[in-house]
Design a protein around this ligand. Structure first.
Ligand code: GLN
Length: 257
């Protein structure tokens, strides 16, 4: 008996103690990540599996806790409400840190600096707010791109369930431009002759992405921050970015065949 207690690895015990304090996970061997898988290269489907940069970051967090990762896919505007409703322990979906969201959840340290851009016809380039004003703008619902239309332009955008469905509406002539995060936007215009990223300067905003958790869990937040710091310091995060940008691009190329 004595030996059993001595042999129990401290890290596993600490992780178990930590997880028991962060809401019911249902299966104690798993930690659940909630995401929205229409956002390459951060999260997208490869066959039926959800893969991407955010999934890799959360897998590393799960490993640090001695757990396996389970991924759940919902619409973007349900990601933070689902986290708050205890449907998952981690939310990672290219989520931009902002003051409104900080009132609802706690954010880790950021893992990337990024921003939103305009996609429009190259023949009718939309460079920024002045050009966009009064035009029909497509965005993904619940995003900082939707906020930009309302707050900067004072105008209601057309809301879609993914950047790809907004882009499809642009190509069908139903809207004049799309505002979206730069990486999924680059993915959408890849191989398109008539459409491109036309904002100039390229970024309409500067934003950073982080992992969100339910408020009031400093130990879990510390594990996530340590994991992100280690991924950055070892160069592994750069490798993950390169790997999933290439995978997302390859998927576009295969769809065009
Ligand atoms: N970064 C944007 C936001 O947080 C969009 C994220 C997304 O669509 N997955 O609002």
């Amino acid at each position: 008996m004595k030996n059993f207690f001595r042999a129990a690895p401290f890290a596993a015990l600490a992780a178990a103690a930590l997880l028991s304090g962060c809401g019911k996970s249902g299966d104690s061997g798993k930690i659940r990540m909630i995401t929205e898988a229409t956002f390459p290269p951060y999260e997208f489907r490869e066959g039926t599996e959800v893969v991407g940069i955010d999934v890799e970051i959360c897998k590393a967090v799960a490993a640090a806790l001695g757990k396996e990762l389970a991924v759940e896919d919902v619409e973007f505007d349900s990601v933070l409400p689902s986290l708050i409703a205890n449907k998952a322990e981690l939310a990672a979906a290219g989520i931009t840190v902002n003051e409104d969201r900080k009132k609802m959840v706690d954010f880790s340290d950021p893992y990337v600096e990024t921003g939103i851009v305009v996609i429009s016809a190259k023949a009718a380039p939309v460079k920024g707010a002045d050009d966009a004003k009064g035009k029909r703008i497509g965005v993904q619902n619940g995003t900082t791109s939707a906020d930009w239309c309302v707050e900067v332009l004072g105008q209601e955008p057309d809301r879609f369930d993914s950047p790809a469905s907004a882009f499809a509406a642009l190509k069908a002539g139903k809207i004049d431009l799309v505002v979206a995060d730069v990486d999924p936007a680059e993915n959408l215009v890849k191989g398109e002759d008539a459409y491109g990223i036309t904002s100039e300067p390229r970024f309409l905003t500067s934003e950073s992405y982080a992992v969100a958790i339910k408020k009031g869990q400093p130990e879990l937040l510390a594990v996530i921050n340590k994991t992100i710091a280690e991924l950055k310091a070892s160069g592994r995060l750069d490798e993950i970015f390169a790997e999933f940008k290439a995978k997302a691009d390859a998927l576009v190329a295969s769809e065009e065949e």
